[in-house]
Design a protein around this ligand. Structure first.
Ligand code: G1P
Length: 291
């Protein structure tokens, strides 16, 4: 079984749901407390042992490149002020030299197309995909949980969670062949079905481990839901050729592409900070925000 060494991060999206905040700032740079979403996703990949990072980016996204690079003026200023703890934090963001690649997705043709753009850098090996919008708080990083399953069973793995039935039209939804505890054998998947057409309420969340054959299917550039080239449609074509599992991960997922999910993620992560927790609790009590 080939090891998974590369992770693809599609970061070309326009972030229209967060306008005006995202007019001149990539949505992936929106912070949860004090760390941008994209940094959480990259840290999750690294915690799972994946250090080769591929960003599929687009126009107006250079802040992401700058974030994962030196900022000499800032570092110089911090050094002169002896702010060594912050300097240390910044140093940890930096990748090993040459381990991040950037490719431009020239047109926003869908998630499947974004992944297709990474095909030459990924090459003929399995790879992970992480969508930074989906932030997972977990003791064991979500991608690590999935890799453990991959190294046991091989093939392809997607992270899965149950969603309310009326929300199926926001997700890729699984058609389940069988289920043993957290592991789901998949027999079909549909991108954003209406609740009445959905085969289940098990949704794919933004974590994937995929075999390189996915690129053969993506190359056909078939349009799916929303008239976009969908990753879910290409994955559905791989079913039957190699193992394909859904994994009901342990942890809590926040949909940070949605304003409410974004605020909830900020609240949850802020409450873990001893220096912030009291102030937030006091505000909630004082303003009777708990009904
Ligand atoms: C994408 C995928 C969808 C998946 C979702 C998870 O949709 O196309 O299958 O369920 O991410 O967040 P998007 O949120 O980009 O519309």
């Amino acid at each position: 079984m080939k090891p998974v060494k590369k992770a693809v991060f599609p970061v070309g999206g326009m972030g229209t749901r967060f306008l005006p905040a995202t007019k001149s700032m990539p949505k992936e740079m929106l912070p949860i407390v004090d760390k941008p979403l994209i940094q959480y996703a990259v840290e999750e990949a690294r915690a799972a042992g994946i250090n080769e990072i591929i960003f599929v980016t687009g126009r107006g996204k250079s802040a992401i490149e700058d974030h994962f690079d030196h900022s000499y003026e800032l570092e110089d200023m911090l050094a002169k002020k002896n702010k060594n703890d912050i300097l240390e934090q910044l140093a940890q963001i930096l990748p090993d030299e040459g381990s991040i690649s950037y490719i431009r997705q020239q047109e926003p043709l869908g998630l499947g197309h974004a992944i297709y753009c990474a095909r030459h850098i990924v090459g003929d090996e399995p790879f992970a995909v992480l969508l930074a919008d989906d932030l997972v708080r977990a003791d064991r990083p979500c991608l690590k949980q999935m890799l453990d399953l991959y190294y046991e069973r091989g093939g392809n793995v997607v992270a899965v969670e149950e969603v309310p039935h009326e929300k199926t039209s926001s997700y890729g939804i699984l058609d389940v062949a069988s289920r043993e505890d957290k592991i789901i054998e998949i027999k079909g998947m549909v991108e954003k079905p209406k609740p009445e057409d959905a085969p289940s309420n098990l949704s794919i969340i933004g974590r994937y481990i995929l075999q390189p054959e996915i690129f053969d299917h993506l190359a056909k550039k078939q349009l799916g839901a929303g008239n976009e080239i969908q990753l879910t449609d290409a994955m559905a074509k791989m079913l039957g050729d190699s193992p394909f599992h859904g994994y009901l991960f342990e942890g809590e997922r926040f949909d940070c592409g949605d304003k409410t999910g974004f605020i909830l993620a900020n609240l949850a992560f802020a409450m873990e900070r001893p220096e912030m927790c009291e102030g937030i609790k006091n505000y909630i009590h004082k303003n009777k925000l708990l009904i």
